[in-house]
Design a protein around this ligand. Structure first.
Ligand code: GMT
Length: 382
């Protein structure tokens, strides 16, 4: 199949999922065309079957808000026509779903060189539904573009339910969970050699990975680590960047623990960094899935997260990780201290986390679900 993929390329898990999906589809001999304003962050080198088409947004003094969604729709239609795409797959409804809807209409009209129907699939990821999409200024058009989609998927049962409850959409939604490349994300002896770059041999490593938005509750990460380091010799490694970073840096300074906390900033090759850790902290206000926790689990890193949204669909409390209420930093710290004090339990839970990631969320299991979904959409559209 020839598939156009659109996502937010540089920021957040939906872009990561879209990029990894494109890479996996290309590996399976599909032709993948990324259409976006910038090269997706995990697309670091030229690869067979992968193409990237930049969306250029012309600036003009009259445009206080340059119309990216229109430029995107134009580029989608253009790429679809030139490269004869079979379908578009957009990640994150706003505004990508609206642009895809326009592109579909443009291609069906008489002006198009090959007038035909270009189906589009919308994948819902999280705040496109739970925050941004339910804003009154976006809700009606988001609902419309979801309902107009030729196929809709969501990354968790939780998000599917939210979409029906908040948006009252009529179109069916198929849950296709997020996935991880289990061959790439795993703990190897070579990866473990890098542990010494972050900690002394007697120290444990806690890790956090996110885009540092308020929803991630980064100060809670520091609070939890502060409690842990008082009991267990340990270090905290934070991967990513965003608006809450400096607040967290100052909090670490204020608590006198900044020499035990390392902010790595945005990183490529996350799969090489995660396996060095023992525990991942993910104390988010809300996660409709929690991709970072899954990536950690695949690397035998035990996640300690909040019991919100779709996270309980990923983490089995007490077996593959721990769950606590939002803001309950004492309980999350208690779980970390107990686990890090018991080497056998730490190892056992790490193995169970990996086994669960492999059994339920490996790319080898999930990508065929997308391929089947596309086939169904194409069959219905022809
Ligand atoms: O919805 C968002 O906040 C943005 C989105 C992103 O681009 O990071 O995150 C969501 O999608 C991820 C990938 O599917 C999920 O793993 C995250 O749980 C989800 N974030 C939230 O629900 C807050």
């Amino acid at each position: 199949m020839k598939i156009g993929i659109t996502c937010y390329p540089t920021y957040g898990g939906s872009g990561v999922v879209a990029t990894e999906l494109g890479l996996e589809l290309a590996e399976r001999s599909h032709e993948v065309h990324f259409i976006s304003y910038s090269q997706p962050i995990r697309l670091t080198e030229p690869l067979p079957n992968i193409h990237y088409h930049e969306v250029v947004v012309t600036r003009y003094p009259l445009f206080e808000y340059p119309p990216y969604d229109l430029a995107l729709a134009t580029r989608m239609a253009e790429v679809a026509e030139i490269y004869e795409l079979d379908l578009l797959h957009v990640h994150y409804a706003i505004p990508h779903s609206v642009s895809a809807m326009l592109a579909r209409q443009m291609l069906a009209c008489d002006h198009a060189r090959i007038g035909r129907r270009l189906p589009y699939v919308t994948t819902l990821h999280g705040t496109d539904i739970t925050l941004v999409g339910s804003d009154p200024s976006y809700l009606p058009i988001t609902r419309f573009s979801i309902d107009q989609s030729d196929g809709v998927t969501s990354i968790s049962e939780y998000l599917k339910k939210q979409t029906f409850d908040v948006f009252e959409v009529k179109t069916p939604i198929e849950v296709i969970p997020n996935f991880v490349n289990c061959d790439l994300y795993h703990r190897t002896a070579a990866a473990m050699q890098h542990r010494t770059e972050y900690a002394k041999p007697n120290e444990k490593i806690l890790v956090h990975l996110s885009n540092f938005r308020p929803v991630k509750r980064i100060p809670d990460v520091i609070e939890i680590f502060d409690r842990v380091q008082k009991e267990i010799p340990s270090r905290l490694v934070l991967i990513g960047d965003g608006p809450e970073r400096s607040r967290a840096e100052w909090l670490a300074v204020k608590k006198g623990i900044h020499n035990k906390v390392e902010f790595l900033g945005k990183q490529d090759r996350v799969h090489e960094k995660l396996p060095v850790a023992d525990v991942m902290l993910l104390p988010s206000e809300l996660e409709s899935f929690g991709l970072a926790a899954l990536e950690a689990m695949a690397c035998e890193v035990v996640p300690i997260a909040t019991n919100e949204g779709g996270v309980p669909e990923v983490i089995d409390h007490g077996k593959t990780g721990f769950l606590a209420n939002v803001g309950d930093v004492d309980t999350m710290a208690k779980y970390a201290i107990e686990l890090l004090s018991d080497e056998a339990k730490l190892k056992q839970m790490g193995k169970q986390a990996r086994a669960s990631a492999q059994a339920r969320f490996c790319a080898t299991k999930i990508i065929p679900l997308y391929e089947n979904f596309y086939r169904g959409v194409l069959a219905r559209s022809s």
